[in-house]
Design a protein around this ligand. Sequence first.
Ligand code: UDP
Length: 326
Amino acid sequence: MTKTILVTGGAGYVGSHACKALSLAGYLPVSFDNLSNGHDWAVQWGPLVKGDILNPLDLERAIAKYKPEAVMHFAALIEVGESVKYPQRFYRTNVTGALNVLEAMERANLNKIVFSSTCAVHGDVGDNTIIETSPIAPISPYAKTKANVESMLADFSTAHGLNSIALRYFNASGADLDGDIGEAHDPESHLIPIACQAALGQRDGMYIFGDDYDTPDGTCVRDYIHVTDLADAHVKALARLLDGRKGFEAFCLGGGVGSSVRQVLETVKQVSGVDFPVKMEPRRPGDAPQLVADLTKAKTELDWSPQYSDLSTVVETAWKWHKGRV
Ligand code: UDP
């Protein structure tokens, strides 16, 4: 029988790609989303429940109606700069919201959850690649809320037998390979979508935030992971829980390769064929010079490795998506 999975934030960027991956793997994803940042057009592989994780009754009703086997929890606020200005919003939505999800699960005897976390729980590790055992040392309120939820998952595992997997994303990027869905944040703050908008003439140009870092070309190095690879890792994590994996565990998910801001912008210019203006700006507060994933654990224990996370596939799919939306 088809297994139903409740996907909070299923109308968002990573959540909607996870719904497609779930559907391709034979599950029925039920998206639970308040559409504050998500889009109803992104919900294409199962029903949409309009509801809010801050309203426990909404969660209870969705669980009672659809009787999911497990939960994937994506619904959260994500913009780091906003989290510095308005931490209360982030603690409310990301921490209280997650607590509501766990309590609703407990009431319904549901004990399996895949959680959307971030490599930013590790803060700045210098030149090292990040592994699951790197210290938890979040810097921004956003990253602190994600670390809080990870602690909550671990504590609920000890106290209530909850089984959970936290997936610590590096830079989610690119768009669905068939062009069905893609990234559509408003306002947009991420590098690749902003570069695509600049190439489309939707902005006069763009800025590089800092070229005086101690990195090969002076700009920040990030590990871009194609959103389809990320979605596939969620399905693998879910299968691991359904197979009976107990307790709490975390995996770092990236492409495993570092790319500088300049390299990304060069690739967007090449792929789009547009030489848009790029100006220098001072460093953006809170940016670590380099964040790159060590994928050993994900490869060996989750049996997952990235297939589409090379920079050209990431940028080509992102470009196709943004161009198609004009
Ligand atoms: N960045 C930039 N210009 C922009 C947006 C981002 O130079 O208009 C840089 C940013 O400082 C960081 C990298 O691009 O070094 C990736 O930023 P993004 O916001 O996409 O993801 P983050 O790594 O912050 O999660």
